[in-house]
Each structure stands twice: as C-alpha cells, then as structure tokens.
Design a protein around this ligand. Structure first.
Ligand SMILES: N=C(N)NCCC[C@H](NC(=O)CCC(=O)O)C(=O)O
Length: 445
C-alpha cells in the first residue's frame, strides 16, 4: 500500500436536534422541531464507519464540538450561572439557543478543505478549516475544528494547518463540500476542483435569487493559494445558481468525485462544457470518467430529496469502486433504477451499498457530508494520532461511550435543561481521553 484515502467521519454530538436553521437546505427546514434521537444518530454514524473499516477502507473519527455553546451565549450578553444563561436565551431568543446547541459539526465535509502532499509545493498535507460564515450556528465551529484537526494531524513536519479564512461573507468557505480532487492513484498529483456559488466582489455575475450561495470564488482562490497548489492543476467552476435555488446548498448535493471518476448531474454547473474541457486538459492520464446524470433520468428534485450525489464513491481493495448511498436512494424508484443501471455501465463503479443515516439526512446531511477525505501516504498515516483511527476496539469503545452518555430523545425544551450541558461536557471530556486529543474544548481550558 503506497497511499490511501482515509475518511474522517464526524461523531454526532450529544445535542443533535432539528432546529430548522439552514435556509436553502430543504430537509433542515422541513424537519424543523421534530424530536431527534442523538443516540441513534451517533450509532448510525458509527455503523457506517465500522462498515467501511470492515471493507478495508481507512477510517478515522473526528470529535464533535461542545454544545450548548455557553461561551457564545455569554459573548452575546447573557450572564449569570450556566443554567441562567440557558434560561434567558430560551426566553429571549429560542432560535439563538437552538443555534448554540446544534450538533452541526457532525458534517465534517464542512470541517475543512484538505490538500494532499502530492499537490502542494512544499510536500505537506494542508488543512484550512471552513469558516462557514453563511449560517450563524455553523460559524461557531471553525476555531474548535482547528483545535481538533491539529490534535489529530499532530506532526508539523507532515501537516500544515492554516487559520480559517476571514469571518466575512466575502470569504464564505464551506470546506470540502465544495471541493473535489481527481487523480489517478491517490499519491499522484491530482486536479483540485473548487466549486463556488458566487463572486464576492461582483454582483453583476450570476448568483442565486432565492437561497444563499455559501461559497465565493475568492474564498476558493485563497484556499488554493494557502495550500500552494499549482494553477495548472486547479479548476474553478461555478455552481448553477438555478440548482442552488432548488435546494443544492453545497456542491456535494449534486456532484461527487473519486480518483478518475466524476459523477454529476447535468444541471450541476454553469458552463458545463467549458468546465469539462478544462478538466480533461488538466487531468493527466486518458482514463477520466465523467458520468453525467441527465434530468430525464433523475430530476434535480429527486437528487435533492434522495442525496444521490451525496454518496461516497470509494475504491475497494480490488481496485473497483463502490457507491455508499443513503436508504433514501433505495426507496426512490427512479433513483434506485438509475443506480441499478449505473453498476452495469462499464464505469469503475461496480457496486452500491445502502446505509441508514436517517437522523443526519433529516437535517440535510448524507453519507458524504459526514466525512472528510484525507489522502495520505503510508508515512503520513503513521503520523496521524492513532487513537483517532478506527479499529474494532475503538468502535466498541465509542459505541459504549454513546450508550452511556447520550439521550434517546431530544426536543427543543430539553435544550434548556442545565443537566444536558453537564452530560455533554462529561461525555466530551471522556472522549478527549479516548481519542487522546488533549484539551481541545473551551470548557477544558
Ligand atoms: N452537504 C454537506 N456537506 N453538509 C450538509 C450540512 C447540513 C447542515 N444542516 C444543518 O445545519 C441543519 C441544522 C438544523 O436545522 O438543526 C447545513 O445546512 O450546513
């Protein structure tokens, strides 16, 4: 094994709930205020991780963030004991309390953009946490995300950690959800595709009318600069504003890539032909598979409802690829028929594996949202914090940890319960020991 791709999945946090916080994300809005099950959510995520590990894939775990975020509530003027802060926030602004309780860091595709060492001029693996400025609840994540990434990829000779981009809408950055890397082998130089929703400084350019475009071109360019990428191997492409307005809030809701395969919907991009031309020219190697799904076969609406493109395309040990899809794809006749056909089409994708990640799906997070991909050489993998790399023992430990600390049900009223804060901090304190992270949380500092 020379190199591999390791999926670092976000462990769902103990306050997972449905708060309807994400304008432009259809599932988040339509399931607002349903009762959630943090325990099932975390166990569903762990099952997916274990299944991929059992398939021989590299699989890592990223810790959740501390919620309720008492520090942000205090920063916004609530004071007194922790219990009083929670009670005042619930009374004054329930939406603010929900935002400060969101377990949204589970979607680690939004944790950061990662560039492997073979693409960066200095030969290091680069990380830039996403600033997630477009949504208040998500903008609370980058600082702790940076702490966690530094604790997992904790060798400065191998890993380069950047500060998240300036916290401003002009540099709105959603991380790997708008970034795809194509390559031949994982340790070959690849082509990095940065997908953006709008131009920060030019309102005359196309942009969505109804829902926000979360990622700007300027943010993507800044990340490419920080990661020391070669312009000849970078492609910028604008998301089709019309599909953002239909609920495609991140590009990974409508396109996904792995090695020499790009799987995308006909309407995903603006100027698709120009984009594919540039991609073909920059991708060295003649074996690039661009699999376009036409609207006649799967509509944008079906793609948004089933997350057909928020699937993980993984390379199995025999070199063939499999698609890791949510059950929603299985349950939709047209999408299921498409996938049944896809594995017979002569592309590298030969198999579909369906997973129940419904607790996450109800907030608009499919299998691909739950993972951050990191392509690593063997020597780089050896430098990763070993306590964060999944094996059978760690899986068992994490399942027991969830069973011990997580609630079966959570509704809005529970968020004001001061014992939820204590439970959450107790759980996370124990987790930092299991994963050997040190003091990554504010309450530990
Ligand atoms: N596509 C990727 N990569 N990630 C999905 C993120 C879903 C997340 N949902 C939320 O934040 C909903 C939270 C709530 O409503 O309770 C978001 O919209 O940012």
């Amino acid at each position: 094994m020379k190199s591999l791709e390791v999926n670092f999945d976000g462990l769902v946090g103990p306050t997972h709930n449905y708060a309807g916080l994400s304008d432009g994300n259809v599932a988040s809005l339509s399931n607002a205020h349903d009762v959630s099950s943090p325990k099932n959510a975390a166990l569903q995520g762990l099952k997916k991780m274990k299944a991929l590990h059992d398939m021989g894939m590299g699989q890592g775990v990223l810790a959740p963030q501390e919620r309720p975020d008492i520090f942000s509530l205090r920063r916004l003027g609530f004071s007194g004991s922790d219990a009083s802060v929670l009670a005042q926030a619930a009374k004054t602004s329930p939406a603010l309390l929900s935002a400060c309780c969101s377990a949204s860091s589970m979607w680690t595709a939004n944790a950061a953009t990662v560039s492997p060492s073979s693409d960066s001029a200095d030969g290091k693996v680069h990380f830039t946490p996403a600033n997630l400025t477009n949504k208040f609840h998500r903008s609370l994540e980058p600082e702790t995300t940076g702490n966690i990434l530094k604790a997992v990829f904790n060798d400065e000779n191998v890993f380069e950690h950047h500060l998240h981009l300036n916290d401003n809408d002009h540099f709105g950055d959603e991380g790997a959800a708008n970034h795809t890397r194509l390559c031949t082998d994982y340790d070959d130089a690849g082509v990095q595709i940065f997908t953006f929703g709008r131009y920060a400084f030019n309102r005359a350019k196309p942009m969505p009318m109804k829902y926000p475009a979360r990622q700007t071109l300027e943010a993507s360019q800044a990340v490419a600069r920080l990661h020391q990428l070669d312009d000849n191997r970078v492609v910028y492409v604008q998301q089709n504003p019309a599909v953002i307005d239909q609920g495609v809030f991140h590009n990974d809701v409508i396109a996904v890539g792995n090695q020499n395969v790009l799987f995308y919907h006909q309407q995903a991009f603006l100027n698709t032909e120009q984009f594919l031309g540039e991609l073909r020219q920059k991708f060295s190697g003649d074996d690039l598979h661009c699999i376009q799904v036409n609207s006649d076969d799967v509509t944008v609406q079906d793609a948004v409802n089933t997350y057909l493109f928020n699937t993980q395309i993984i390379t199995l040990n025999d070199g063939s690829m499999a698609i890791v899809a949510p059950m929603h794809c299985y349950e939709n006749e047209r999408v299921k028929a498409y996938l049944d056909n896809l594995v017979t089409m002569g592309t590298p994708i030969k198999e579909v594996k369906y997973f129940d990640v419904n607790e996450s799906m109800k907030n608009g997070g499919g299998p691909a949202c739950l993972r951050l991909r990191v392509a690593l050489k063997e020597s780089e993998l050896a430098a990763v914090n070993p306590n964060c790399v999944l094996n059978d023992e760690l899986y068992g430990t994490l399942v027991n940890w969830v069973e011990k600390h997580y609630r079966d049900r959570l509704s809005f009223d529970d968020l004001t319960d001061p014992s939820l804060l204590v439970e959450s901090r107790t759980a996370l304190d124990e987790l930092t020991q299991i994963l050997n992270l040190g003091s990554v949380y504010r309450f530990q500092r």
